[in-house]
Design a binder for this molecule. Structure first.
Ligand SMILES: Cc1cc2nc3c(=O)[nH]c(=O)nc-3n(C[C@H](O)[C@H](O)[C@H](O)COP(=O)(O)OP(=O)(O)OC[C@H]3O[C@@H](n4cnc5c(N)ncnc54)[C@H](O)[C@@H]3O)c2cc1C
Length: 311
């Protein structure tokens, strides 16, 4: 499916699609082997270049000629971007870590179950074997699962360029449909994920037309408790508008009114009212809005059931 990341891609620093049986317009592919080398190439080519991660979104965009860079900076030969590390009360994940590696990580299983469950909802295993966490977040698809988890858990994004390193909070990272705060000369290098606190439960619930499709509506929820009352509620939705959306009104209702039937109903209604979904050939905006209420209810109930303290 992705000829430009096929054979003959690994040996030379500079290759070209010219003369190959590919659909994108002619472009050069540069394969740096270190972050520093990638940054200097990106500084040199600027807006004419795009980083290439798993290629699961970028290659279709190239094939449809919706994206027309002159140069691809392939990040696949940079081992320093592929890791999952325990860092105290947080987990540091290299941007080129495959979605499949996250899915099968014991550390993510134990300490970031919301991220794990969201990952299982992304496409199918072959796509998760190529797709990366950095690529998904930098792509900022409004229906993708990771941006919703990033907003709910308040990830921190580490971006590097030849100008230096900066950290971007998740609420500043996603700016518009397929648009993030990353500058053209920046690479997302690391994602910092807070571990789940004790006495908490988490759930990612979505509805898609078929398993593996992008969500029509999805909700990420993580709720912490003390004496069976919520002490923190973190919820965000995908398929909610041009970008994923933090469900603050829903969080406030749970914090103020608890998790009884009436409160959960009000919290779900607040979620449905907050989102601004788009109509397309998969579903109308009003149907997606209704679905948001349904998945919010399910996510809250699952998260509550999974909090050991509530058992
Ligand atoms: C059939 C199919 C179904 C899918 N279903 C889902 C789904 O249900 N849910 C879902 O969330 N995703 C889905 N995806 C998307 C996929 O899972 C990937 O997460 C996603 O395509 C991006 O990851 P990637 O590594 O392939 O990035 P790429 O496609 O290589 O890149 C995507 C964009 O991010 C930029 N980029 C990549 N890495 C960086 C970086 N480190 N720094 C700066 N910019 C960067 C690229 O330049 C490009 O603009 C699906 C894909 C396919 C083909």
């Amino acid at each position: 499916m992705t000829p430009i990341i096929g054979s003959g891609f690994d040996k030379n620093l500079k290759q070209t699609t010219s003369g190959r049986n590919v659909k994108p317009p002619q472009l050069d592919i540069l394969t740096p082997s270190s972050i520093a080398e990638a940054l200097s190439l990106l500084a040199e080519y600027g807006a004419d270049a795009r980083p290439l991660a798993g290629g699961q979104s970028l290659v279709p965009l190239l094939n449809f000629r919706l994206s027309r860079p002159e140069v691809l900076i392939d990040l696949n030969q940079i081992p320093d971007l592929d890791y999952i590390r325990d860092a105290g009360d947080q987990i540091n994940i290299g941007a080129m870590t495959r979605e499949r590696s996250i899915e099968f990580s014991d550390l993510i299983h134990d300490e970031a179950p919301l991220l794990l469950e969201a990952t299982k909802n992304i496409a199918h295993l072959p796509i998760r074997s190529r797709g990366t966490i950095g690529g998904s977040l930098a792509n900022a698809d409004p229906a993708a699962e990771y941006p919703a988890v990033a907003l709910a858990l308040e990830f921190t994004f580490v971006a590097q360029s030849v100008r230096g390193e900066r950290r971007i909070a998740s609420h500043n990272f996603f700016q518009d449909i397929l648009t993030t705060a990353l500058e053209p000369d920046e690479i997302l290098t690391e994602i910092i994920v807070p571990k789940i606190p004790d006495n908490s439960g988490a759930a990612f619930v979505e509805i898609a037309r078929r398993h593996g499709d992008f969500a029509l509506s999805g909700v990420a929820a993580q709720i912490s408790f003390e004496d069976r009352m919520p002490t923190a509620a973190r919820l965000a939705a995908c398929g909610a508008g041009p970008i994923a959306m933090r469900l603050t009104a829903t969080e406030e209702i749970l914090m103020e009114e608890g998790i009884g039937e009436k409160a959960v109903k009000a919290a779900a209604a607040a979620a449905a009212a907050a989102v601004d979904p788009m109509s397309d050939h998969h579903a109308s905006a009003s149907y997606r809005r209704r679905l948001t209420g349904v998945v919010t209810t399910r996510a809250i109930k699952k998260a509550v059931d999974r909090a050991e303290v509530m058992a």
